[in-house]
Design a protein around this ligand. Sequence first.
Ligand SMILES: C[S@@+](CC[C@H](N)C(=O)[O-])C[C@H]1O[C@@H](n2cnc3c(N)ncnc32)[C@H](O)[C@@H]1O
Length: 425
Amino acid sequence: MHQHDKAIAEIAEMIQQKYGLYYPPYRWSILRTAATRFMEQHKIEEWDAFLYLLRQYPQELKAFVDANMPHETKFFRILPQFTYLEQHILPRYKAEGKYLRIWSAATANGAEAYSLAISLCRASFTPREAAIVATDMKSQLLTQAKQGHYAPRYLENVPETLRKEFFTRQADGSFQVLPELSAYIHWQTNNLVQWPWPWPEHSFDIVFLEHILIYFSASTINKVLQETERILKPNGYLFLSYSERIPENRQRYWQTVIADNAIVHQLRATPAEDQLPKPAPKAQPRHHRRAPRYQGLQWQRQNNYPPRIASPKTRVAAANTMARKSHTPIAEAIAYYQEGKAALQQQQLEKALHAMDKALYINDQMVEAALIKAGILTQQGQRQEAQRTYRWVLEMLQKPEANILSLDGLNKETMLAICQHNLRG
Ligand SMILES: C[S@@+](CC[C@H](N)C(=O)[O-])C[C@H]1O[C@@H](n2cnc3c(N)ncnc32)[C@H](O)[C@@H]1O
């Protein structure tokens, strides 16, 4: 045990109580480094003196937290979330013609709020038709945000066309956001762990609460979501980052949609009665399906009826031939993977599973194959096995050396999100 652990434990406790930020023992080294730096800067020699300062002077505790809270952000940080918002959500609200209110709840230096303003603009909302309330605990960040001035690294995710349309490049290479965007945004300080939040119920249609829950303890997350459920309108939308999720005890209030690499949580108008996954209906054996009326041989040939699916043996042979041509195990794995996907399209779950297994056996980096396998197992009602596979995928994805093949257009973040979504609780 480290010499100063008692002091660190007390600091962690104070920060959690006042700001909801969670520092379990495995994150104490961050606090230890920060505290040592803070003490050096302020010429504090004793840990007891430092503790006294934090206990007695809330502004010192705030300064310590502010100095050490990660503020990392960028424009369109998770691009698919914004694309989904622009393509599927905003047009619906626009068609309804009602005033739209969006909350960027931990906006940091405002990149998230301006990104939302750009999305509103692109979806043809005027500042008379929509507003963004942008809040953060740290007022200094909001002062910076109001200036709308950003170093190029914040714009990494901004497509060139949008850069040209909504930013002006300065002589020193930095960017100034278009002043018109400010008309959508209302800046305000707010501490997410001071309840109740200063908004009446059903205040917002959309809430962005990205990259903040990760710093909170389970009980704070629960309370933050409870408040979100209060201030969001029924059927309103909540955006979390891919590494954050709705805890199991609150899932009945939410419907989570994963589409186009985006993850969106929609507040149910009435909580779901039963959240237990229902077992997938068993695939009916072939002879139980009603055969279509006999149509004649010519019709059958023209319509490829009964559908001709190569036997597993033939398909595996084809895969092996393909692999042998290139002599690499990875090609063989890909062949099996393709076979599995083809079978999947035909609803041949067992066969797809068999091929996916082979793909995995041949190359353990085929995480995407495993992900599909886990999906099939879920469909088959084999929950335990599916969970085991999702856990395996998660483990693989989290390995820094994992060389993830993106065969199906899924990126690593999305795959992580899918696993986490399926491994709730
Ligand atoms: C990592 S940034 C996230 C920025 C942005 N949402 C994004 O996804 O890019 C986290 C922000 O949360 C703010 N924050 C931390 N604790 C908070 C609290 N209790 N209430 C409000 N904001 C808080 C920090 O000041 C910081 O700006």
